[in-house]
Design a protein around this ligand. Sequence first.
Ligand code: ATP
Length: 250
Amino acid sequence: MAFIEFDNVSVDIPIYNASGRSLKKRLLQVATGGQIASDEQGRVVVRPLEDLTFSLHDGTRLGLVGHNGAGKSTMLRLLSGVYAPSEGRARIEGEIGSLIDISLGIDPEASGRENIYLRGALLGIEKAEMNERIDEIIEFSELGNFIDMPLRTYSSGMHLRLAFSVSTMVRPDILLMDEWLSVGDQGFTHKAEERLTQLVQSTSILVIASHSRDLIMKTCNRVLWLEHGRIRMDGAPEEVLPYYFGDIAA
Ligand SMILES: Nc1ncnc2c1ncn2[C@@H]1O[C@H](COP(=O)(O)OP(=O)(O)OP(=O)(O)O)[C@@H](O)[C@H]1O
């Protein structure tokens, strides 16, 4: 069983190199998506998420919507453990899998095969399991003999195919995505699409940030609309999206 429970969660990010007086003054005046303030020590602090309370259970397919700077990526980073709450409490039960930044940790000097092991280690997969699954990953990537060549010799499409093949081999309880991944040429895209759909179906909780109405309608059964780091609306896609996209005045 997987669940995510947020109680009055806020995230503060101190900006250490914004201590110059004039910059600080300017930052405090400029209205951006995140709320900018200064803390007791006079440091500039951005608060991308403020006072969030919600819970997600098995079967939730959550679409995160919100304008640029609303806090969607920060929320995904918080769920993946990159950030911790500065205030409030976040309880997360279940193994988290992240398809954000699938090229993370890829070494251009190492071969495709070595990079599969590297990425696998980052995903928390044991070496013995990687040994068992490596052939399947190589076959899926369709990189043929290039698999033993250094990554710097790959085209960007080949690079993505490798990253996709290894990153989607996990079956997490909670899957985090930043838009729907689209990789490779036509043939590969079709195959990748199928694998991604299977992965999404097999996961207990999905959280996907997206600007696409179609994608959210197709994939999600709940939508959280973030505005300036706060929850503006939380409900079924057919309830929230007409307000978010302005069909109905909010
Ligand atoms: N590491 C950071 N340092 C400083 N400010 C940050 C940091 N990360 C996020 N922010 C600020 O927090 C706010 C929310 O950013 P976030 O990237 O979460 O928005 P988003 O909803 O994902 O936007 P987009 O749709 O443009 O990707 C923004 O104002 C951003 O400037």
